[in-house]
Design a protein around this ligand. Structure first.
Ligand code: SAM
Length: 240
């Protein structure tokens, strides 16, 4: 089992939710071992006391599981909890940051300020859980819900706009990322269920985005995000 926590004086410190999960849900006992990730390092630890909790570090080790390149996945908020699927699967596939945005054809009602915060907290919980499950050493960042225009300003070495209406003519991700280098950041923008409006397409062109195809079939918005993250991870893993 893996948790993101803190290490102090050779002891692991976990949050209340993680402690509940560890002892009440997973029923771990004295003598059981867990991994705790802190500041990018992984610590093998042993539970030495349940109440009061004491979890001792046995050894620290480097866990080389992160991709050598970064992916920022910008996607229009989706209805029916489909954005939660994007957070979960994207995290498993190595996404470094999620940038949810509101677009012209976003179907869900615009969340109020208070709901935006709740949505962000929920997203952060999902990416933390998915990071632990997939044994990552970094928890992806979730940016606050943004306007479409601000998404276009995000800095990256490669800026891609997935546009279904040019999917027969635009280059694919493999071609677009053929020169991807270690340490580089790629931004991919994925539209909502209803696609991008003509004005949004023009703005992306003006902002210098490369238009890419995700194949000849039209993917559902959440599939498009998961597909883009998958292709990025395959290409990144191939970098020497
Ligand atoms: N409204 C569109 C339609 O019915 O033709 C479909 C939009 S699609 C469900 C949602 C988003 O996924 C698109 O805005 C685009 O970013 C991405 N997408 C889906 N399939 C794609 C493809 N084959 N090539 C590029 N982008 C794609």
């Amino acid at each position: 089992m893996r948790f993101f926590g803190e290490i102090k004086n050779n002891k692991a410190i976990l949050g209340d939710g993680d402690l509940h999960h560890l002892f009440n849900v997973m029923r771990r006992k004295v003598g059981d071992q867990i991994d705790v990730v802190y500041a990018g390092d992984t610590y093998k630890c042993e539970i030495t006391s349940v109440k009061p909790t004491s979890i001792d570090v046995i050894e620290v080790y480097q866990d080389d599981v992160e991709l050598p390149t970064n992916l920022i996945l910008a996607f229009a908020l989706l209805k029916g909890g489909h954005d939660e699927l994007v957070y979960m699967k994207g995290t498993e596939l190595g996404v470094n940051a999620f940038a949810p945005f509101l677009s012209r054809r976003t179907i869900i009602e615009l969340p109020k300020e208070k709901d935006k915060e709740k949505k962000l907290e929920r997203a952060e919980k999902i990416v933390k859980g998915a990071s632990e499950q997939s044994r990552r050493t970094v928890v992806p960042e979730v940016f606050p819900i943004s306007t479409y225009k601000n998404i276009l300003k995000i800095e990256a070495d490669h800026k891609f706009f997935a546009y279904e209406n040019e999917s027969h003519t635009a280059i694919g991700m493999k071609e677009a990322l053929k020169d991807l280098k270690k340490g580089e950041t790629t931004l991919v923008v994925i539209g909502p269920e209803g696609g991008f409006s003509p004005e949004e397409v023009e703005l992306a062109k003006d902002a210098g985005f490369t238009f890419i195809s995700l194949g000849k079939r039209i993917l559902r918005a959440e599939t498009a995000s998961i597909f883009a993250a998958s292709v990025h991870s395959v290409l990144a893993e191939e970098i020497e």
